[in-house]
Structures are given as structure tokens and as C-alpha cells.
Write a protein that binds this ligand. Structure first.
Ligand code: SAM
Ligand code: DTB
Ligand code: SF4
Length: 327
């Protein structure tokens, strides 16, 4: 099947079919990367990468059973649970991230869903981080309408809530909340006027079809998420997904390329898993259309490449940091 493409993305599409997306994945590698790079440079500065830093503001002891996650209370992952951080510590971390060059600060909490009083404390953090001149993102689990309103009124820029995988594969990974629960939270976030950060994880043992269907779910939402994190599973001892066969690097790069083609104006983030990737693989991901990273020595609870290494990589590739959300 041949696929016609609008490289300038004047018409963002929300009607991708499985056949079309499978055909993209099946293209010769060079043809796929040529297409994704053409779309990328028609919509973005091809050498600019947006930089976000993460902080776990409430760690571990989570009631959910997400099979990849070291923060679930159900698995024995050697992680020390920590209560919600005091605001001054959060702001110190944000200031450090800003000084290192991050433009967005993402705060993650290991909750199924926050309590209203938790949201009020997070709003104080958001306001403090914004006052430092950074964009803000939080990921707190499922939200109510009232909570999305509170976050919007508090000035939050982005909410991260991932679909994680295809609807078909989802129950293999998580049983304590449904795919529809995730879609409902995403709709609430969108309706409240907060930018959406939504992507998934690959390398969890899913099939080619599952990866295609995850990207279709994202692209066929009424609006494309402004940020699309593509995580490679970080395998953590004690979690059920530890020991999963690792995903072929070229398939990962193809996944980035197809994400760029389906969502031409979104920030595609090369997210978790970079520590296990070679510089050459990351370079191909940037060529395929990734233009955002998590930066800083830690993700939430696992290691990320050292900042000095990333700085050197940017220099070697002639990349510069900058840019915020949508084009
Ligand atoms: N508890 C909230 C939730 O699940 O919505 C927010 C924090 S949760 C850690 C945020 C996201 O991190 C998950 O949806 C998942 O996509 C990603 N994540 C968690 N553990 C991961 C791992 N081991 N490898 C890759 N991504 C992971
Ligand atoms: C996302 O898509 N990836 C980030 C962020 N959103 C919250 C989290 C990655 C977590 C990796 C495992 C850990 O460090 O605990
Ligand atoms: Fe809890 Fe989020 Fe981890 Fe799932 S991904 S176990 S909800 S912290």
C-alpha cells in the first residue's frame, strides 16, 4: 500500500488506519527515515531539541499493578517509598535543572489518583517552578474534572498521562485501571485547556501491530498530544516485565519515525531508556524526528545518561536546545 503524505502538515490527520501505519513500518529503512526527516524539517528546526527534566515528588508505595513500574507496592523492587516532597526541595531541584539547561520541569507522583489536598500542594509547586521561568508538567495519575480545573487555574502548562500501549495489549501490562480510564483523564485534561503530554512504552513484549495501534490511538485523538514521549522499557529487577526480550534498535527507530509522520507538529520525546542506547542509535532517533529528551542524571527512580555525556552528544551532533510546545 502506498501512503500519500502532506509534509507541511497543513492538514493534521486523525483518521489513520492500521493498514496505512503497517505500510509505513514496512518501508525500506532509508525511505521511512527520508519521509520522517522531510516532515520533521518542514515543521521544526531540525537541529533543535527541547529539554525537560524529571523529578519524582512522591515515590513508590503505589496501589497500581503496572507491570513495568518499580513504584508499585506489589513488587519487590528495592525502592524506598517517599512521601510528597516539601516545596523548597522541589524548587531547589527545579533551579538546578534550569541551571543545567532544562526548559521544562516535569514532576511525577506515584499515585493512582491524587486527593484534592495533594493537588493543592502540587499547584504551589507549579507556581514556584513557573516563577523560575520554566514550563511545568506534572503526572499524578487519574484526575477528576475539579482537579483538572484546579491545575489549569494554578497555571500548569502540561499534564503527562500515557496510554502506555495498544488497547489490545494493555491488560497484559496493567489490570487495576482500564484503557478507557486513561482516555477519560486525557479528555478532561484537554477540555480544561492544559497541554497534553501522552505517549507510551515499547519493548514490553508487544507485537508490531500493538506498536502501530498505540501510535494510531495517539494520532486519532481529536487533537494530537503536544508532547509524545516514546519510552523504551527500563527493565527493573523485581518488576514482572524484568527479563522481557529487548526490542530491536532498528524497530525502535522506526517507531520514532512513524510517530513523527503521524503527528508532524508534536514534540516527539526520546524518553526513558536512553541510558541503554548508543550515541549512534540516539543520533538516528533525532534524525527520524525525535526533538525532545529527558535530561538530568535521573528519570523518576532510574538512571538517565549523565548531563556531561548529553552535552557532549549535542555538541558532536550540532544540536542545540530550545523550543517549547507546539511549533
Ligand atoms: N502514577 C502516575 C501514572 O501512572 O499515571 C504517574 C507516574 S508514572 C511513573 C508515568 C509514566 O512513566 C508511566 O505511565 C509509564 O509510561 C512511564 N514509566 C514508568 N516506569 C517505566 C519504565 N520502567 N520504563 C519506561 N517507562 C516507564
Ligand atoms: C514518561 O513518558 N516517561 C517518564 C515521564 N513520562 C513521567 C517516566 C519514565 C520513568 C522511567 C522509570 C523510572 O525512572 O522510574
Ligand atoms: Fe503507580 Fe504510575 Fe507506577 Fe502505575 S506507573 S505503578 S500508577 S506510579
Amino acid at each position: 500500500m502506498s501512503v500519500t503524505l502532506d509534509t507541511k502538515a497543513t492538514n493534521l490527520r486523525h483518521d489513520w488506519s492500521l493498514e496505512e501505519v503497517k505500510a509505513l513500518f514496512a518501508l525500506p529503512f532509508n525511505d521511512l527515515l527520508f519521509k520522517s526527516q522531510s516532515i520533521h524539517r518542514n515543521n521544526f528546526d531540525p537541529n533543535q531539541v527541547q529539554i525537560s527534566s524529571l523529578l519524582s515528588i512522591k515515590t513508590g508505595a503505589c496501589s497500581e499493578d503496572c507491570g513495568y513500574c518499580p513504584q508499585s507496592a506489589r513488587y519487590d523492587s528495592d525502592l524506598k517509598p517517599e512521601a510528597l516532597m516539601p516545596i523548597d526541595e522541589v524548587l531547589k531541584a527545579a533551579k538546578r535543572a534550569k541551571d543545567q539547561g532544562a526548559s521544562r520541569f516535569c514532576m511525577g507522583a506515584a499515585w493512582r489518583q491524587p486527593k484534592d489536598k495533594d493537588v493543592d500542594r502540587v499547584v504551589e509547586m507549579v507556581q514556584g517552578v513557573k516563577a523560575l521561568g520554566m514550563e511545568t508538567c506534572v503526572t499524578l495519575g487519574m484526575l477528576t474534572d475539579k482537579q483538572t480545573q484546579t491545575l489549569k487555574e494554578g497555571g500548569l502548562d502540561y499534564y503527562n498521562h500515557n496510554l502506555d500501549t495498544s488497547e489490545d495489549y494493555y491488560s497484559e501490562v496493567i489490570t487495576t485501571r482500564t484503557y478507557q480510564d486513561r482516555l477519560d483523564t486525557l479528555e478532561r485534561v484537554r477540555d480544561a485547556g492544559i497541554n497534553v503530554c501522552c505517549g507510551g512504552i515499547v519493548g514490553m513484549g508487544e507485537s508490531d501491530k500493538d506498536r502501530a495501534n498505540l501510535l494510531i490511538e495517539l494520532a486519532n485523538l481529536p487533537n494530537h498530544p503536544e508532547s509524545v514521549p516514546i519510552n523504551m522499557l527500563v527493565q527493573v529487577e523485581g518488576t514482572p516485565l524484568m527479563g522481557t526480550d529487548s526490542l530491536d534498535s532498528l524497530t525502535f527507530i522506526r517507531t520514532i519515525a512513524v510517530t513523527r509522520i503521524l503527528m508532524p507538529q508534536s514534540r516527539v520525546r526520546l524518553s526513558a531508556g536512553r541510558k541503554e542506547m548508543s550515541d549512534e542509535m540516539q543520533a538516528l532517533c533525532f534524525f527520524a524526528g525525535a526533538n525532545s529528551i529527558f535530561y538530568g542524571d535521573k528519570l523518576l527512580t532510574t538512571d538517565n545518561p549523565m548531563t556531561n555525556h548529553d552535552k557532549a552528544l549535542f555538541e558532536r551532533l550540532g544540536l542545540h536546545s530550545g523550543g517549547s510546545s507546539y511549533v
